[in-house]
Design a protein around this ligand. Structure first.
Ligand SMILES: Cc1cc2nc3c(=O)[nH]c(=O)nc-3n(C[C@H](O)[C@H](O)[C@H](O)COP(=O)(O)OP(=O)(O)OC[C@H]3O[C@@H](n4cnc5c(N)ncnc54)[C@H](O)[C@@H]3O)c2cc1C
Length: 652
């Protein structure tokens, strides 16, 4: 997004420009692949037709990547694929239905627009539009008058061969929802002045064919966070399977499953066909079960998979190999190449033997000693007194056991204070509306601020839980800024009124005891093999904030090396759990201006000078120099006070 803003153009145009800048890449538009030529179990060419002129094109190659979403190349070449939901027993998947079926997740056309005219307007949907159940029977908690991601059709349509029917059904659903808001909703007066503005004209598909690879990723791989030796990408979105009845699912909520997962690893073996020897898969047609698709189908995950597939395909071509053999013989090369290109591979560290930085001694002008590692807990905000009821809303897994909750509470008195929390389960996002307590727990807060443990034994059966505290004089509950996705907070003055939802903030709450420790900000971090924060030890070089800027960091080889490329990885605050939703214009942690200098034994030479940086990873190439030292001087950063650097690499 920042890139689009930087170029001053749309995201699509940005992509076009990035593709143009990539040597060896040719992009063709408006061509539909409709046939393949084969020799044995290998594709030798694909045939495509220009959808406007009808002209036919033939593309020969040694490796092919199916990124059509619908796995057309797999279908045309005879590669094995699946469609629909596997039966529960096939992969022991609790989230799968008892018996297999052909249901796929429906799309939706969320970019529709409802316009507020400012004056009452009557509107009735035509007869061919279905009617949704009136009032609360509809089963959705509506805050904002506008389309939602759950304005979906039931999954009865074939998105591949009946895409137009499927799209038409989405039109009917959207109009049905607007009719509901205008005529059937309990709060319909809020929608009285709205008119239907416009509706996009396409069938956005969530799911169709999935190619079968040497490995099929399944539910247990995801929920158990199974690690694979041939990992090439990760996923972290919940297992987000939408309800098969779409907008008609009523009180069952919009999800079939939306379970929290730990970091999911995607093995290389999911990326190529089990039976067509030179066919890769990328995107949503990856080798995963329907349940696992719930997490892998997200854009940032398939972008990471796309990087891995593209890199693997290029290596296959360069080395004259096929995808399976590359994985069996050169997986480490592939992983190291991905790390060098800034892919996120959690367990793997830089072991690139050609990286000269790994052999250097590193020193810096200053090192911070007061930074605290606050793992995945967002950023602590203000203290809010419990002078009223306060609540916080958490997205979690379904069927999860929660033995305790930890709340960051402050007791302003000199005596210990007892406090009671109420825990409630909820199917629907956004709602502080359930009336029934699932658990009630009491703890005593000692004077001062503490993470207070509330032991309980809850087995969750719904995706969301919310926790509220009664008015308790003398106590405060700290706000958490930038909480994880879907977490919000709420408050109410008296029990007679509804909780008021406050977005983009929660209160400080944790499911395991927070492990907050001093962070190691030493210079060694820039060559520790990790280009992001792993834990309080494997952190970043951070300069002392009281010293201000500029600050420098130096690599010293004690002997001369030929150097022509320097890689720098800055801290763009990717650990911030709120980043997917709230992208700051400029992260406070990011370096914005710097110089790179090289020392040839007698003099320092400027190798690069940068201002206005907005990127996490920068690669500087220059004419080869024989150097004993390299120095990076940071002149500017998002907060104007500290320099932060994750990794430095140097190549001859
Ligand atoms: C309504 C909706 C909302 C979503 N919301 C989110 C969200 O908020 N966040 C998120 O991360 N993900 C979201 N997703 C999921 C995510 O967007 C998709 O999983 C992802 O875009 C799939 O990308 P893909 O490239 O694999 O497939 P597609 O996006 O389907 O792209 C496939 C491409 O291949 C082309 N193609 C197909 N057949 C052929 C052929 N025979 N020849 C040539 N070209 C062909 C198509 O035209 C298309 O351009 C959403 C999905 C939907 C449908």
């Amino acid at each position: 997004m920042r890139t689009a803003a930087h170029f001053g153009c749309s995201l699509t145009e940005t992509m076009e420009r990035l593709c143009q800048a990539e040597s060896g890449l040719t992009v063709v538009y408006k061509q539909h692949v409709s046939a393949v030529e084969m020799t044995g179990q290998k594709i030798t060419a694909v045939l495509a037709r220009d959808v406007i002129t009808g002209v036919r094109y033939r593309y020969q190659g040694t490796c092919f990547v199916d990124a059509t979403g619908d796995a057309w190349l797999a279908h045309l070449s005879g590669a094995k694929y699946r469609i629909g939901r596997e039966a529960r027993h096939q992969h022991e998947e609790a989230f799968a239905p008892e018996t297999a079926d052909l249901l796929t997740m429906s799309g939706c056309i969320t970019n529709s627009v409802f316009l507020d005219t400012g004056a009452p307007v009557e509107w009735q949907a035509p007869d061919w539009v279905p009617r949704l159940p009136a009032g609360r029977a509809f089963g959705r908690n509506i805050e904002r008058i506008g389309p939602s991601w759950w304005t979906e059709a039931p999954n009865d349509f074939d998105d591949i061969y009946d895409a137009e029917l499927s799209r038409d059904e989405l039109f009917r659903v959207m109009l049905a929802y607007f009719h509901y808001l205008k005529n059937l909703w309990e709060e319909k007066e809020r929608a009285a002045s709205y008119v239907f503005g416009r509706m996009p004209y396409f069938d956005a598909k969530r799911e169709s064919r999935r190619m079968v690879g040497d490995y099929i990723l399944t539910q247990s791989d995801c929920v158990e966070g199974r690690r694979f030796e041939d990992v090439i990408a990760h996923s972290g979105w919940p297992i987000d399977l939408h309800h098969p009845r779409g907008i008609y699912s009523g009180h069952e909520g919009p999800f079939f499953s939306n379970s929290h997962v730990p970091l999911v690893s995607i093995p290389y073996r999911c990326l190529y066909s089990v039976n067509i020897e030179n066919l890769f898969a990328s995107g949503r047609n990856l080798s995963v079960s329907h349940v696992a698709l719930g997490t892998t189908r997200l854009q940032s995950t398939i972008a990471a998979v796309g990087q891995a597939v593209g890199t693997a395909a290029a290596m296959c071509v360069q080395r004259g190999m096929l995808p399976r053999a590359l994985g069996q013989e050169h997986i480490t090369d592939l992983q190291q190449r991905l790390l060098r290109d800034d892919a996120f591979l959690f367990d793997l560290e830089n072991q690139d033997p050609t990286d000269l930085a790994r052999t250097a001694e590193v020193c810096a002008s200053s090192v911070a000693h007061d930074e605290v590692w606050w793992p995945n807990l967002g950023i602590p905000g203000e203290l809010l007194p419990l002078d009223r009821s306060r609540a916080t809303f958490l997205a979690r897994g379904v069927e999860e056991e929660i033995p305790a909750l930890y709340l960051l509470l402050t007791n302003h008195t000199a005596e210990p204070l007892p406090v009671t929390i109420h825990v409630r389960l909820q199917a629907d996002p956004d709602g502080f509306t359930t009336e029934e307590d699932t658990a009630v727990a009491t703890a005593t807060v000692a004077p001062g601020e503490h993470w207070t443990c509330f032991p309980m034994s809850i087995k969750t059966s719904l995706r969301y839980l919310w926790v509220w505290l009664e008015e308790t004089p003398g106590l405060s509950w700290r706000v958490q800024k930038f909480p994880p996705l879907d977490w919000t907070r709420s408050e109410r003055q008296t029990s007679a009124v509804k909780f008021r939802n406050i977005r983009w903030e929660s209160h400080c709450i944790a499911l395991v005891e927070p492990d907050i420790r001093p962070a190691n900000c030493s210079t060694q971090n820039v060559i520790n093999g990790y280009s992001r924060i792993r834990d309080h030890e494997r952190y970043a070089w951070v300069s002392a904030s009281e010293e201000g800027l500029p600050q420098w960091l130096e690599l010293d080889w004690r002997q001369k090396h030929t150097v022509s490329t320097i890689h720098l990885t800055f801290d763009s605050d990717m650990n911030n759990p709120a980043l997917p939703i709230q992208v700051p214009a400029l992260p406070e942690t990011l370096v914005t201006a710097y110089t790179i200098e090289g020392f040839d034994g007698e003099n320092w030479h400027t190798l690069a000078e940068v201002s206005g940086n907005y990127l996490r990873k920068r690669v500087h190439r220059f004419a080869s120099q024989t150097l004993a030292k390299v120095r990076i001087t940071i002149h500017g950063s998002g907060n104007g006070k500290t320099a932060r650097l994750f990794e430095v690499r140097a190549y001859s």
